[in-house]
Structures are given as C-alpha cells and as structure tokens.
Design a protein around this ligand. Structure first.
Ligand SMILES: [Cu+2]
Length: 381
C-alpha cells in the first residue's frame, strides 16, 4: 500500500481576505468540504475534525459581482471566494479528458475563435474566462511530425488577443501579432518536432491572458508511438479568482497567489466526475503545464509509470534493462510529456500534482477502476 504523509498544514485551504466586510482571513477547512476530504482520504491523509470554521455567506456563494476591471487593473477587493460547502451546478459538465488519435492526412485546417465566456471554474465560482474555442483549456490540436497546420484564428471578443504556438518556428512579429476584435489571422506552421506543446495568447500582459484561460496544447506524435488502450489529456494550470462572473484577478497573478490549481479548467474536476478505467489495460496520459506560473509533479497514487516521455524524448521505456520505473512527471510551465501505466487491480486511484499545497487547492482527480465503489462525496457528474 502506498503511504503518503504530510505535515499538519497540509489539510487547510487558505483563501484570501473577503474584502469589505469580509472579516479578515477565511479559513475553509477541508473537513467541511466533502469532495476534498474524500480526495485526501483516498490519499491516506488524516483530516482534522475541526474547529473554527467560519462561513462568510451562510451557504450562499461567498462572492459578489463588481465592476469589470480593465485588463491589467489591480484587484478590486471583491473577488469570488471559494465556498467549501458548494457543489458543482446541476448542469455542469466535466471537460472530457479522453484524447482522440490524430486525424488522418498531413494538412490540418482548423478554425479557432477567441471568445469571452462566463463559465463555472469551481463549485459556486463563475468567471469570465478568455478562451480559445469556448473552452478552458482550448481544444487539443494533434498531428504527426511533418504535418502542416493552417489555423485560422478569429477574435470574437471585445479586446485584442494573439496566439503563439510553441510547436512552430516562425518570426513572432509575423504571426504572433495583435488580432483585434472582429479580425482573423491564419497562422500556418509545419510541425517539425514531436512533443506536447503549449499554445497561448501572447498579448500584454500575457500573464493576464494566460492566467485567464487563453492556452491549450498541440500534440505532435513521436514516430512509432506504441499503441495503448486509451489516451488522456491533462492540462495543469492555475485559477486566480476575480469577482464573480468577471475576469481573473491580475494582481493575484503577479503575486503567484492562485486560488486553485486544476486539471483541465475546474477545481477537483475529476473528483466530481471520476475517470473510468479498467485494471490491466494500458493507458497514456499526455500532461502539459500551461501555468502561467506554477510547476507540476504529475503522479497517480498506486501506480508506477513504466514509460515516460518528456520534452521531446523518452526518459524511460517499458521493458528497459534496468527495470526502471517512474513515480512522477515533473514539469515547469510550458513543459509537457506523457506517461504510461496500468492499474494493477480494481479500486479508486487518486491523481495529483505531488506538490501537496496544490492538491488541497484543487489539483486532484479520481480514477474509478473496474467499477469500484466511490467514496462518499465523489462523483455525481
Ligand atoms: Cu488574449
């Protein structure tokens, strides 16, 4: 059995001061948050039964709408605050982590709209995200080495954006240029190298545009990629809550003061919507850290990765002569790779970034393997 320990501070979530009338720091203890408690209990962490839990809103979402901050403005002080009692809304749907194979053909004609969309990013918290393709993260583009991508990007929002494909080698001033509202740009590139590559808006301040949702991944399969039973995509990134329904807080972004670290856009997403899998099957997860600022140490409790590919090469291959295995894929912002593994037996397996301060901030998910019963509080979506 895998044992994890943590120090006694590993079980609390500190949220920022609630602002006017908020009464200072609001300590949301995980004992009150069933889903988080569950994620941690699966990890074998001991939760306090606790004391001193305060609530700023009697169960109502602890947030209030405020004036829309201009891009680049400082915090307005009335940002949304996580309510540990909140659950995902009834019509919330998880971001499907299933990754499809690359489409056939060597030319990919893709249309990508830049939009501003209010979406739920955590239970009880909605934000106006700036997106590629109406989702956070944006859609995965996938092909093979040598493929050509013709991506026509149209700005359907109200502010200027741009796009930067790390999979490309181009003059930034030619293609990563400003796309004003209503304008389009066709960004053509040839995928000359394999890997999982970040794409993002690069309009100043890029920190705000990336921190508010404008990122995604391009996957260029390495030659002779081994077959697996199923592939998945996990984009780790941070969330910096602004006022309810408004863009994320730029001052927090500058201070690396994230409210949540998540996989694929939503806090504890795959605790609310556990991923289905079967023992004995071979899985591959492509993982990229789209930041903008925090690192990742991707780990699935109870498994060992027998194959690891990172930033263009294999660190480890199944069947290696040293019988080497891997426990975590370490990524800095804008790095990516994939891991492969099998689940040894039915059960509930938790995936995390093994930087545990971020596990209690939403970087946790569950794999429901072989139909094993879920712990109380998990699932439902
Ligand atoms: Cu932008």
């Amino acid at each position: 059995m895998t044992m994890h320990t943590t120090d006694d501070s590993g079980d609390q979530v500190a949220t920022r001061p609630a602002g006017s009338g908020g009464g200072g720091f609001f300590w949301a203890l995980t004992a009150a948050a069933a889903v988080l408690a569950l994620a941690l209990s699966v990890l074998g962490l001991v939760l306090p039964t606790n004391n001193g839990t305060s609530s700023s809103g009697g169960g109502a979402p602890a947030a209030s709408p405020g004036a829309a901050p201009a891009s680049g403005s400082a915090s307005t002080g009335n940002n949304a605050v996580l309510d540990p009692q909140a659950q995902p809304s009834a019509d919330w749907k998880a971001f499907d982590p299933t990754l499809k194979p690359a489409e056939g053909g060597t030319t990919h004609d893709i249309k990508l709209d830049m939009t501003e969309k209010v979406m739920e990013v955590a239970p009880g918290v909605t934000q106006q995200m700036w997106t590629f393709g109406d989702t956070v993260p944006g859609p995965v583009l996938r092909g093979k080495v040598g493929d050509v991508f013709n991506v026509t990007v149209t700005n359907k929002g109200s502010m200027t954006h741009s796009i930067d494909f790390h999979a490309s080698q181009v003059a930034p001033n030619r293609l990563m240029k400003a796309i004003n509202p209503g304008e389009s740009l066709t960004y053509q590139f040839k995928a000359e190298y394999s890997g999982i590559w970040m794409y993002h808006c690069g309009t100043a301040p890029a920190l705000h545009h990336i921190g508010n949702g404008m990122f995604g991944a391009v996957i260029i399969d390495p030659p002779n990629l081994a077959p697996v039973d199923k592939e998945f995509i996990f984009v780790q990134h941070e969330l910096y809550f602004g006022p309810q329904g408004q863009p994320g807080d730029y001052a927090k972004m500058k201070n690396e003061a994230w409210d949540a670290v998540v996989f694929n856009g939503y806090r504890n997403q795959y605790v609310h919507a556990p991923i289905q899998a079967e023992p004995g099957k071979r899985y591959r997860a492509w993982v990229i850290d789209d930041g903008p600022s925090e690192n990742s140490s991707f780990h699935i409790v109870g498994t060992i990765f027998d194959t690891v590919y990172k930033e263009g090469g294999y660190l480890l291959k199944s069947g290696n002569e040293l019988h080497g295995g891997s426990q975590a894929l370490d990524l800095m912002p804008a790095q990516g790779g994939f891991v492969e593994w099998t689940f040894a037996e039915p059960g509930i397996y938790t995936m995390v970034t093994h930087k545990f301060a971020n596990v209690v901030k939403g970087a946790a998910g569950l794999w429901q393997v072989g139909g094993a019963p879920l712990p109380p509080g998990a699932g439902g979506h």
